[in-house]
Structures are given as structure tokens and as C-alpha cells.
Design a binder for this molecule. Structure first.
Ligand code: COA
Length: 262
């Protein structure tokens, strides 16, 4: 896929910015947008010139206001399950892109929007953002990983409350819960997320970033002993890299490290 109908895809100085671009529908995720996001994040994963990505929504009203309810309405049991599996595959792809993906949330991040944001490694929200999983009000539950990732991020009790009530939380409440990492002024989420991505790309060794993401994410679904074994293996691999030599030498020589990704 080269040109997208529902997305903007830009690369600026090693940071890819993916913008869901259906502002008239509050960037709701129809099937075509899921397919385009899957293509875009495959590109983020596979393009070595991209060091990090930011996911955001067009306009200042919404990040993504959820799955497209007009499409949801026509689903039956089999097509509903297939849709959930496609959305889940996208969130797994983002999580496993091997480089930091940061959500820039301005306005509503509801349903599939909150789920996409949770599949990012870090989240920046504007103070006017609202996050939630309102699917219960439509007779369904989250289908793109929300029931699993929300509980992992904020704990079972609060996740249960948010999913059973469908209530929205403010950006400040989300920060207090650990659902977003940083809160910025309205209109500033995208710039703050891009600046954060650029800082990671410019100053951190990419192999260590990749390993850190893998250790935290994959370790969470393992037993403690399996997770520790994964951590030791990744730690060992990093100890064989040029970037580890450079990082430790730079510290001891009191200079800034110059990482090369080798
Ligand atoms: N799917 C499809 N269309 C959506 C949508 C969604 N998830 N969310 C918003 N839209 C559309 C609206 O239908 C409306 O379209 P129209 O102008 O053609 O009528 C347009 O986007 C603007 O939304 P509107 O509801 O008029 O804005 P609002 O400011 O009054 O309310 C929300 C904003 C986010 C509170 C409200 O749109 C909402 O509750 N959306 C659904 C959220 C949801 O349940 N998401 C989970 C889906 S599984």
C-alpha cells in the first residue's frame, strides 16, 4: 500500500508520524482504517530508517472515538470475532514493532481508540483528552485487547470498573491510574509525543530500546522465572554489542555516548 485513504504517514528525522485521518467521524476505526494501520505499522517495524513512531488522530476533538459503530452494527458472531482478531493482530504488531511507539492523545480515545493507545509503549495526553471503554453501552465488550491490556496497565479492580460502567476518565485521572505517562496542554499532545520520540531516537541505543520493550511486554505474560530467563538472555545479548561498549566507555570518559545500533 503506498497512499492511504484514512491515514497520513510522514517520516521526519527518523520518527514516523501516523495520523488517523477521518476527523468528520472523530477518526472512528472502520475496517479499511484497520487494514491501513496494519500496513503502516508493518512499515514502521520493517523500515530500518525509522527509529520510533507516534500515533495520533487528525483534528483536536479526537484521537480515535472507537470502532466504527456503523460497521459494528452489521456484524454477526463469526464476522464479529474475525474483526476482533484483525484489530488484535494490529495491536500486537504495534507492540512488537521493536521500536518505541508513542500515542499522542488529543480529545477522545474511546473503545478501539483507547485500545490502540494502550498498544503503544508510551502515551501522552492533552489535558482535555477523555479515555474509556464504552462498549458495554453497545451490548459488546472491548475487542481489540482492551479487557486484557487495561487490566495489565491499571489493575483488575479499576479495569473492571471502567469496562462495566463504560465511564470516561480525564487525562489527569488517566495519569493517576498509570494509563497515560504525560499530560500536556490542549493542542500540544502531538508535538510533545514527537519530541519524546525524537529524544529516544537521538539519545538511546536502539538495541537496548528493543530489548527493554521485549523484556517488559513478553515478560508480563510469563511466569516470574520465565521472565527472568528472558531478561538474562536479552541482557547477555546486549553485553555483546558495540553500543554497550560505547555506553560504558562514554560514562567512564565523562562524555556523551554515540550509539550506532550495532
Ligand atoms: N463510530 C462511528 N461514528 C462515530 C463514532 C464511532 N465510534 N464516534 C463518533 N462518530 C461520528 C458521529 O456519528 C458523528 O457523525 P455525524 O456527524 O455523521 O452524525 C460524528 O462522528 C461526530 O460525533 P458526535 O457524536 O456528533 O460528537 P459529540 O461531540 O456529540 O460526541 C462522543 C462525541 C465521542 C462522546 C460520541 O461521538 C460517542 O459517544 N462516540 C462513540 C464512542 C463509542 O462508543 N466508542 C466505542 C465504539 S465500539
Amino acid at each position: 500500500m503506498s497512499a492511504y485513504e484514512n491515514l497520513l504517514f510522514e517520516i521526519d528525522d527518523r520518527v514516523a508520524v501516523v495520523t488517523v485521518n477521518r476527523p468528520q467521524k472523530l477518526n472512528a476505526l472502520n475496517a479499511a482504517t484497520i487494514a491501513e494501520l496494519t500496513d503502516a505499522f508493518t512499515r514502521v517495524r520493517d523500515d530500518a530508517s525509522i527509529g520510533a513512531a507516534v500515533l495520533t488522530g487528525a483534528g483536536d476533538k479526537a484521537f480515535v472515538a472507537g470502532a466504527d459503530i456503523a460497521e459494528i452494527r452489521g456484524l454477526d458472531a463469526a464476522s464479529g470475532r474475525a474483526l476482533a482478531e484483525r484489530g488484535q493482530a494490529l495491536t500486537r504488531l504495534m507492540e512488537r514493532a521493536g521500536k518505541p511507539v508513542i500515542a499522542a492523545i488529543g480529545g477522545y480515545a474511546l473503545g478501539g481508540g483507547c485500545e490502540l493507545a494502550m498498544a503503544c509503549h508510551l502515551r501522552v495526553a492533552a489535558r482535555n483528552a477523555r479515555l474509556g471503554q464504552p462498549e458495554v453501552n453497545l451490548g459488546i465488550i472491548p475487542g481489540y485487547g482492551g479487557s486484557q491490556r487495561l487490566a495489565r496497565l491499571v489493575g483488575e479492580g479499576k479495569a473492571m470498573e471502567l469496562i462495566l460502567t463504560g465511564a470516561m476518565v480525564t487525562a489527569d485521572e488517566a495519569a493517576a491510574l498509570g494509563l497515560v505517562n504525560r499530560v500536556v496542554e490542549p493542542g500540544e499532545a502531538r508535538a510533545a509525543a514527537v519530541a519524546w520520540a525524537r529524544e529516544l531516537v537521538g539519545t538511546k541505543p536502539p538495541l537496548a530500546l528493543r530489548a527493554a520493550i521485549e523484556a517488559v511486554h513478553e515478560g508480563l505474560s510469563m511466569s516470574l522465572d520465565e521472565g527472568l530467563a528472558l531478561e538474562a538472555r536479552l541482557f547477555g545479548t546486549l553485553c555483546g554489542t558495540e553500543d554497550m561498549r560505547e555506553g560504558t566507555a562514554a560514562f567512564l570518559e565523562k562524555r556523551a555516548a554515540k550509539f550506532t545500533g550495532r
